[in-house]
Ligand binder design. Structure first.
Ligand code: SF4
Length: 374
């Protein structure tokens, strides 16, 4: 299986330093089997790639390496600075775990084997396999989404891959070319990403067509078998953009654990059945911050889908009336100038709220004209 795959990859694989710069030597050439690469850039890329496509990761990785060119620069930066670099990539606990791992790595020799990498926060088996095979050409298999799809099709496996992880790991291990594990893993990922795609796989270009049970079936896109999808739950979230007399805006930092842990946001919460949105916002701000507000006009409505639920954020401008804001359901709260909001890491839906707020404030200032705003 290895020989046709590697021959295909030699011609059609993603061997462009502009696409995966972490996989190349400093002179821009692909590493030979005996070459080692810097594991810092590979580690960052592998963690970014855990839930995110290569085309999205690339600009983040480039900005990251410019901002934190060494693990020392990364480990000595604050978690806030790290989250700002991560902003927009999602699954934010990855940034916190990377930072924890960096602080370990500056204290010890860098691991070179699977177990050493898997002992670090945020590094599972496939990430560790990707790091050691890419950096050291070590014989470690990988099992990302692309690889699972290819394997499920080769074997026309009758259950979702997530239910048979052990079997899929065994298949990936059995296929691995022990003489060229780095090249083989890259080739396998490239095949899944560019030929054996989720919809309409390009079997005509595939080097494994003759060995593929899904191709023989005549309908290869029928694999992998997927779990029956239940409709995602939907919730409306009332959000208050609270402004005080000085024109400062109130934001809070989410607890570390859980979805979007450690990110900043505008306060609010779930609408109860039958509850008007203004009442929801006033109640949530009292419950979460202990403040009384006057809920004013609508600012924006933002729909956002996560992997497990869909949310609609209904955002209103609010005037602060009374009560010192307290972090009753968050890590901390802060009044900030609107122009300082860019210095805090916010999740994607909140970034749209900030844009709407700044647009509204600039229009208001233009209407009021110079000297009329006080
Ligand atoms: S023959 Fe088609 S389905 Fe099978 S591995 Fe190749 S691209 Fe995927």
């Amino acid at each position: 299986m290895s020989e046709p795959l590697l021959s295909w990859w030699q011609l059609y694989g993603r061997q462009d330093p502009a696409q995966k710069p972490w996989m190349f030597k400093s002179d821009g050439t692909w590493p030979l089997p005996e070459d080692n690469l810097s594991s810092y850039g590979i580690w960052i890329a592998e963690v970014m790639l855990q839930q995110t496509q290569l085309s999205v990761v690339l600009p983040y990785w480039q900005r990251w390496m410019a901002r934190f060119p060494t693990v020392d620069a990364f480990a000595t930066s604050s978690l806030e600075q790290v989250r700002l670099q991560w902003q927009g990539l999602g699954y934010y606990s990855r940034a916190r775990r990377l930072h924890e791992a960096a602080r370990v790595l500056v204290q010890q020799p860098w691991p070179k084997d699977l177990d050493g990498w898997m002992a670090l926060p945020g590094v599972g088996r496939t990430t560790a396999g990707g790091i050691v095979s890419s950096a050291f050409n070590a014989p470690a298999p990988i099992l990302d989404g692309n690889v699972k799809r290819v394997l499920a099709r080769l074997h026309t496996h009758g259950r979702p891959p997530s239910r048979d992880q052990h079997l899929f790991w065994r298949w990936s291990e059995e296929l691995l070319d022990l003489r060229r594990p780095r090249d083989f893993n890259q080739a396998l990922m490239d095949l899944g990403a560019t030929v054996c795609t989720p919809r309409r796989p390009g079997c005509d270009q595939c080097p494994w067509r003759a060995s593929c049970a899904a191709y023989a079936s005549g309908d290869p896109s029928g694999w992998p078998v997927v779990e029956e999808r239940k409709p995602l739950p939907f919730q409306v979230i009332g959000i208050g953009v609270v402004i005080n007399e000085a024109g400062d805006v109130l934001i809070d930092q989410r607890l570390e654990e859980g979805l979007l842990g450690g990110m900043w946001e505008f306060p609010g919460g779930k609408q109860e059945p039958g509850e008007p949105i203004e009442a929801c916002i006033a109640r949530e701000l009292m419950e979460e911050l202990g403040i009384e507000v006057s809920v004013g006009e609508s600012l924006i409505t933002v729909d956002h889908a996560y992997s497990h639920k869909k949310l609609q954020f209904v955002v209103h401008l609010c005037r602060w009336m009374s009560g010192d804001p307290k972090p009753l359901a968050s890590q901390q709260v802060r009044w900030v100038r609107p122009e300082q909001l860019k210095d805090y890491p916010f999740p994607a839906a909140n970034v749209r709220i900030i844009e709407a707020l700044l647009g509204r404030l600039s229009r208001t200032n233009q209407l009021q004209g110079p000297g009329e705003g006080s």
